[in-house]
Write a protein that binds this ligand. Structure first.
Ligand SMILES: NC(=O)C1=CN([C@@H]2O[C@H](COP(=O)(O)OP(=O)(O)OC[C@H]3O[C@@H](n4cnc5c(N)ncnc54)[C@H](O)[C@@H]3O)[C@@H](O)[C@H]2O)C=CC1
Ligand SMILES: Nc1nc(O)c(N)c(N[C@@H]2O[C@H](COP(=O)(O)O)[C@@H](O)[C@H]2O)n1
Length: 229
């Protein structure tokens, strides 16, 4: 199956949390890391999040730097990479910031179980891709993104989508900024939630690089092949 080159970028606390127990967004990294993230967005064909992140944070997922936007336009691309939401039941609000802010394509990945009336509303603002019966079949969805010309995909969480992508063997690299705070809470989302691997299935990584950045560490990992997937 052909799929895009895919990486996850995330910011987590020193105890591995990506938001609070109330699922409230926390500023974990500083401006240098936000600029790095902006460059990653600008260099991608699409930026993807789960519906949990849209409902919790309402991110715009746009490129913020005017210079980087101009570079994209000069290269014949849209100002922003395509914004993709994994949303089995088509719960994306029609007034979400991904629709209100910035130019560019929007793609909503849904399952066959999504209600037709809501899908019809979303169709006015986004390309709808149906993959899977009750929840989005991520393998099928990634193959569809590839056929739509997406060669480089940035995944920005959250915890459940990160698990879904990694456990299905759909991720090539992971970039995590580890910040100088403890969030705690057993219900606060971690970098990967989902059901978790049992011992023999655990996903192995190879360290690419680790750098001190502001008051934290940027760690880059390569995801190794996993015979279980
Ligand atoms: N610090 C950071 O870098 C980031 C933190 N976050 C945080 O993450 C939290 C949201 O994470 P979650 O609640 O876990 O939501 P999520 O953003 O991972 O979305 C999960 C939802 O995606 C949908 N989905 C459909 N098909 C799926 C499949 N095959 N596999 C996995 N998911 C599928 C399901 O409805 C599922 O509930 C928020 O609190 C947000 O603030 C989100 C992005 C970045
Ligand atoms: N990389 C990173 N560092 C942090 O400290 C963060 N809090 C986040 N959060 C995610 O960034 C997204 C915001 O995007 P827009 O600014 O709206 O374009 C959002 O999904 C946050 O969860 N990321």
């Amino acid at each position: 199956m052909e799929r895009p080159f895919t990486f996850i970028n995330s910011a987590m606390s020193a105890d591995g949390k990506i938001s609070t127990k109330e699922r409230k967004q926390v500023r974990i990294s500083g401006q240098i890391d936000f600029n790095r993230m902006d460059k990653l967005r600008a260099g991608s064909d699409a930026v993807m999040v789960g519906i949990g992140t849209v409902l919790a944070d309402d991110p715009s997922l746009t490129v913020k730097s005017a210079e980087l936007k101009e570079e994209r336009i000069a290269a014949g691309k849209d100002e922003n990479p395509a914004r993709v939401v994994v949303d089995s039941k088509a719960r994306t609000p029609v007034d979400a910031d991904i629709f209100k802010k910035g130019e560019g394509k929007r793609i909503i990945l849904i399952s066959e179980s999504a209600p037709a009336d809501k899908v019809a509303l979303l169709k006015k603002q986004a390309t709808i891709v149906v993959a899977g019966k009750d929840s989005v079949d991520l393998k099928q969805a990634m193959s569809e993104l590839k056929t739509q010309g997406i060669d480089r995909l940035m995944v920005e969480g959250g915890a459940t989508l990160n698990w879904g992508m990694i456990s299905n063997g759909l991720v090539d690299e992971i970039y995590t900024f580890l910040g100088n705070l403890i969030i705690g809470g057993k219900t606060a989302p971690t970098f990967t939630d989902g059901e978790g691997f049992s011992e023999k299935e655990i996903q192995k990584l190879e360290l690419i690089d680790a750098d001190k950045m502001e008051d934290g560490i940027l760690i880059k990992w390569k995801v190794l092949a996993n015979s279980k997937q």
